[in-house]
Write a protein that binds this ligand. Structure first.
Ligand code: NAD
Length: 500
């Protein structure tokens, strides 16, 4: 069912009493949440309230789970070729609304327009991979394992799948899960981040307009912790895909598996960028700026520590190149032309980051290389690119995910020392090395403990045909997002042994 159309693409919808309160989409109907509480979705550029987000209750979750369960057997019985065509129709709708979705991402979470366009493109890419489900979902067989006996393995859907997603990629991350889950014959409930839910809401509106996707196959429930815990506990939900902070990932894994669910939970990160003494700074510095300060450092692949290898002269050379590039990096609201470092998701996030920077300086003895704390915007959400030296290798600046435009700088003498620092992290999402040396690359890619590695690439985001996730505390569970892992996660295997 197609809901009311947007008054103007990518702009907020007002009612007589102010910004609209988002509805849940359950069983093919747009319904008001039973919640009495709602929070504001705020534009980090202007501070304007774009929508009210209901804090849905366990009753809302229960309604969604029942609708998804009721729709699942008939959806699983739709031939896989037709399910693939339904996902292809979603791909067509996403492409047709690419600009609108891009503007929504920028309004809702602040991201620069170019970056938002890239994010939407990545979400479309995942949808395209899921269109290959007839090939991807094929099983295996082996004739004559014993006299007259053959064996085959089928993949069947897991059942009802829920995805719980973070604020920093409101288009791409829901699309890491939705297309694959439904392509495999599951029904789906999305609980998007409560901070910027208008983009996922619009994606579900597009789904609602696709005739080939029946009512109840895709549902959305807005809210925060209560909605998440309701999903984790619900007996009608079979699998959970989660992306967010490491502490939330552990909670989701613990509570979800206690009620017998299959869970994949991608967590936080603290990614190092190693700059070898032979690195071409003309290429490395711009890539490091994008990695550390693009999307205001709010990416799970953001490089948040620069580990510079060399002698005192090289350290001074790289430090001054980083300082000059960061001080001149285009910074401002995401809709402004050419911006690289946009505002953070909200003033609360910005305040938390500025406080962490102050603590590093006052308590740990970090030196200021570039200080962006005196820059802000109308919403109080912007902080300029900031670089501080790491004075204590076990400090928060060195070890904790601070998730903003704050880069720690560590100067070391050798690749051994760099590897020792990098591998002592509790996180292992991504790691990057800049060098012209094949020998350094070979050693780094072999020894570094992380799931996604960049060689002269600042943001090593795997394309959707490959699995996406990290190691250590950056991921709990086994199967990553995207590619073959997505098919593994959203299907269960059945093995048939036959004698004739
Ligand atoms: P978050 O953990 O605060 O929230 C993620 C989701 O969990 C939201 O939908 C939220 O409503 C819910 N949630 C949060 N706390 C909860 C609680 N205590 N109980 C129940 N539900 C809860 O994450 P965020 O701040 O929205 O997103 C940023 C984080 O996501 C960063 O740590 C970032 O590194 C991580 N991230 C990781 C990847 C990856 O691939 N590993 C990708 C993107 C983002």
């Amino acid at each position: 069912m197609e809901p009311e159309t947007l008054a103007a693409a990518g702009s907020k919808r007002e009612t007589a009493s102010g910004p609209e309160t988002l509805k849940n989409f359950i069983g093919g109907e747009w319904v008001e949440s039973a919640a009495t509480d709602a929070i504001d979705d705020v534009d980090p550029a202007t501070g304007a309230v774009l929508a009210r987000v209901p804090l849905s209750t366990t009753a809302d979750v229960d309604a969604a789970a029942r609708a998804a369960r009721a729709a699942q057997p008939a959806w699983a019985a739709v031939p896989v070729t037709k399910r693939a065509r339904a996902v292809f129709a979603l791909r067509e709708a996403l492409v047709a609304h690419r600009d609108e979705l891009t503007r929504l991402v920028t309004e809702d979470m602040g991201k620069a327009l170019d970056d938002a366009r890239g994010e939407v493109g990545r979400g479309i890419e995942s949808t395209e991979v899921a269109c290959g489900v007839p090939t991807l979902m094929k099983g295996e067989n082996l004739e004559a394992v014993a006299t007259g006996i053959d064996v085959e393995m089928w993949r069947q859907p897991v059942g009802v799948v829920a995805a719980i997603t973070p604020f920093n990629f409101p288009a791409m991350i829901p699309l890491w899960f939705l297309p694959y889950a439904i392509a495999c014959g599951n029904t789906f409930i999305l609980k998007p981040s409560e901070r910027d839910p208008r983009t996922p809401q619009r994606i579900v509106e597009l789904v609602a307009g696709i005739d080939e996707i029946p009512d109840g196959v895709v549902n959305i429930v807005h809210g925060a912790h209560d909605a998440v815990n309701g999903l984790l506990d619900h007996p009608e939900i079979d699998a959970i895909s989660f992306v967010g902070q490491a502490s939330t990932a552990l909670h989701v894994m613990d509570r979800g598996t206690r009620s017998g669910k299959r869970v994949q939970a991608l967590g936080g990160a603290k990614n190092s960028m190693v700059v070898m003494d032979d690195a071409d700074l003309g290429k490395a510095i711009p890539a490091m700026m994008q990695s550390a300060f693009g999307n205001a450092g709010q990416r799970c692949l953001a490089g948040s520590v620069a580990v510079v290898v060399g002698d005192g002269e090289r350290h001074r050379e790289v430090r001054s190149a980083l300082a000059e590039a960061a001080a001149n990096l285009p910074t401002g609201n995401g809709a402004d032309e050419g911006v690289v470092c946009p505002p953070m998701v909200g003033a609360d996030a910005r305040d938390r980051l500025a406080t962490a920077a102050g603590r590093a300086i006052d308590e740990d003895g970090s030196e200021v290389v570039v200080d962006g704390r005196d820059r802000t915007n109308a919403a109080g959400a912007l902080m300029g690119p900031t670089i501080l030296t790491i004075a204590d290798r076990e400090s928060d600046l060195a070890r904790e995910e601070l998730f903003g435009p704050l880069l720690g700088l560590l100067e070391v003498g050798s690749l051994d020392e760099a590897l020792e620092f990098v591998n002592a992290s509790r996180y292992g999402n991504a790691s990057v090395i800049f060098t012209e040396s094949g020998a350094a690359v070979r050693r780094y890619r072999n020894e570094v403990e992380a799931g996604m590695i960049g060689i002269n690439v600042g943001v090593p985001a795997p394309v959707a045909w490959f699995p996406f996730a990290g190691w250590k505390d950056s991921m709990v569970g086994d199967l990553h997002a995207n590619g073959h892992d997505a098919i593994e996660f959203y299907t269960r295997k059945k093995v048939l042994t036959t004698r004739w």
